[in-house]
Design a protein around this ligand. Structure first.
Ligand code: DGL
Length: 295
């Protein structure tokens, strides 16, 4: 059995890298839905159907767990799929399978509290606010998932989200650094203007942005802590595997990279991040994806 890692495109490699480093003997299959990237401007129903298709592809290729290494898919589709599709699919498959996301680990890292911990006392926000900036796709921003879930747990953290409509597409296409800098600078400025000052901490709430974390760092005040989704996810997975021995993670160190797009289309930005050449195998999108793009 292998661990599946899913994203619309190359952004998920940032999570994949941390998981491979943390569990070097485990078997992994990565899938990028590059035929349909980016997800961040799509309607919710399309994101749900495309995410489901990606999970099916990974389960059919032998995975027992899928990590949605995509904030957009996790914010919009994860709960829906866990509640409506997964129980029946699991039964039909006749083996334990599960889908996990990256938002829960990120919120645990941002709040310093386990997910189960919801604040008992709901009061006014305290005066000394810790201002957390979240950069994300328009779909993730619109879901308000970070605002809602952090507010349930910590009254002293104020979340301000900044949607970055073109950034994932640009990273996916390997845009030149100067172009990326201009866009990131504009978003950092826009967020600081809305808050009235720069954020105290920041979440790069789209896995594509982690590839250009240094660009974000260069426009945030020096030393602004970034909450690191890949590390937070690897920590959470370690705890998950300890609790769930029913999901064997393999021990051959196998690595497969699948894409619904054109193999070979991975850009140099992603390969530089990965630290070596990436060889993707083509896979056909499943029927669920065909249905999604007809909506
Ligand atoms: N990398 C993804 C995320 O974390 C998706 C970006 C996109 O496809 O728009 O949100």
């Amino acid at each position: 059995m292998a661990i599946g890692v899913f994203d619309s495109g190359v952004g998920g490699l940032t999570i994949h890298r941390a998981l491979v480093d943390r569990f070097p003997r485990a078997d992994f299959t990565f899938l990028g839905d590059q035929a349909n990237v980016p997800y961040g401007g799509r309607p919710g129903e399309e994101i749900v159907a495309l995410t489901r298709a990606g999970c099916e592809t990974l389960f059919e290729s032998g995975c027992n767990l899928v990590v949605l290494a995509c904030n957009t898919a996790a914010a919009i589709a994860l709960r829906r799929l866990q509640q409506t599709w997964l129980p029946g699919y699991r039964q039909a498959l006749g083996r334990p399978v599960n889908v996990l996301g990256i938002i829960v680990p990120t919120i645990e890292a941002a709040t310093g509290l386990p997910w189960e911990h919801e604040a008992e006392r709901r009061g006014d926000k305290v005066e000394q606010l810790d201002v957390l900036g979240v950069f994300s796709t328009p779909a993730t921003t619109a879901s308000r998932v970070y605002e809602i879930e952090i507010d349930k747990r910590r009254q002293d953290i104020a979340v301000f989200s900044e949607p970055c409509p073109n950034l994932a597409r640009m990273v996916e296409a390997g845009a030149p650094r100067a172009e990326l800098e201009a866009v990131v600078e504009a978003h950092v400025r826009a967020l600081a203007k809305r808050i009235g000052r720069p954020p105290d901490r920041a979440v790069l709430g789209c896995t594509h942005y982690e590839i250009i974390a240094d660009v974000f760092r260069s426009f945030l005040p020096p030393g602004t802590p970034l909450i690191h989704q890949p590390g937070a996810t690897a920590d959470a997975m370690e705890r998950y595997f300890a609790r769930h021995p029913e999901y064997p993670i393999g021990d051959r160190g196998a690595r497969r990279f699948l894409t619904t797009g054109q193999p070979g289309a991975v850009n140099s930005l992603a390969e530089a991040f990965w630290g070596g050449p990436l060889h993707f195998e083509p896979v056909k999108p499943t029927a669920a994806a065909d249905q999604a793009i007809r909506i």
